[in-house]
Ligand binder design. Structure first.
Ligand SMILES: NC(=O)c1ccc[n+]([C@@H]2O[C@H](COP(=O)([O-])OP(=O)(O)OC[C@H]3O[C@@H](n4cnc5c(N)ncnc54)[C@H](OP(=O)(O)O)[C@@H]3O)[C@@H](O)[C@H]2O)c1
Length: 254
């Protein structure tokens, strides 16, 4: 049986590190002395991330990347490749649920092509572009792991209550794209594991407008979410590549 991944060591990349779960991944990776270098991306103002980079100049390097622009992904990964031939751990925390006028649809009446395209661009297509450009950095003789945060509402099998068409469908598409990439990676980067993670409802700006009916014990602070996700990641083996896990250790239906 292959060995489980364990806690991250070596070089890590956090995509979408400006706030929320991604920013907390950076904090917890910095607190782990087994992690040598952390590369982190942000799109908009990221004051908290910038001050971490100032305090940890030797270990944390930042890149500005809008993940809807493939050239920006390619440039940042090229700059990482110029400093290291390999990444051991990548966590992709990018996600979009609401942004100004863009709000999750409650009804078919609210279906809008541009809004759907925006959900797919940010939540689905960006992740497969990362898988495309990261393969050389993840393909080496040590085990590597590429995790992307999906969402349980993206599970087609688990969809009981409907609504949120674009967010749900874009997370379902994300799952299919990365499941498919995991099959190709098995051939082209055999020591790399690709997984999708459900973080549980977490207190970030993404969930903020929808927290009203969430019982307090089910609304996790980011510190708890990231600890739980690191534990799920630690238990994975390469045989788990192309699978979807909840924060509580359950394997989720597609
Ligand atoms: N919070 C929850 O309850 C919950 C539940 C289930 C799943 N999730 C998933 O967990 C992940 C992290 O979410 P979060 O709760 O931490 O939300 P968040 O605080 O809103 O963080 C989302 C991140 O995505 C980045 N992002 C959005 N659009 C981008 C773009 N075009 N290019 C680059 N970066 C972009 C944001 O960067 P900027 O700040 O620079 O815009 C931010 O860093 C997401 O995939 C979300 O769907 C969250």
């Amino acid at each position: 049986m292959s060995q489980s991944f364990g806690l991250p060591t070596g070089n890590a990349l956090v995509v979408g590190a400006s706030q929320g779960i991604g920013l907390e991944f950076v904090r917890q990776l910095l607190a782990n002395p087994q992690v040598d270098r952390i590369y982190a991306t942000y799109r908009r103002d990221a004051a908290a991330l910038a001050s971490l980079a100032t305090a940890h100049r030797d270990r944390l390097q930042l890149f500005q990347v809008d993940v809807t622009v493939e050239a920006q992904i390619q440039t940042a990964i090229g700059q990482i490749q110029a400093t290291t031939p390999q990444l051991d751990f990548v966590i992709n925390c990018v996600g979009l649920l609401h942004d100004g006028e863009l709000q999750p649809e409650k009804s078919l009446r609210q279906i809008d092509t541009d809004q759907l395209l925006q959900y797919f661009q940010v939540n689905s297509i960006s992740a497969i572009l990362l898988a495309k450009h990261l393969l050389p950095l993840l393909n080496h003789d040590r085990p590597s792991l590429f995790a992307t945060i999906s969402a349980k509402v993206g599970s087609i099998g688990d969809n009981q209550i409907g609504g949120w068409y674009g967010y749900r469908a874009s997370k379902a598409a994300l799952n299919m794209l990365l499941k498919t990439a995991a099959i190709e990676y098995k051939r082209r980067a055999p020591k790399a594991t690709i997984v999708l993670l459900h973080p549980g409802t977490t207190d970030t700006q993404l969930s903020q407008p929808f927290q009203k009916n969430v019982p307090p014990e089910k609304l996790f602070p980011v510190e708890r979410t990231v600890k739980q996700l690191l534990a799920i990641i630690a238990d994975r083996t390469v045989a788990d590549s192309g699978s979807f896990w909840s924060w509580n250790g359950e394997s989720l239906p597609w």
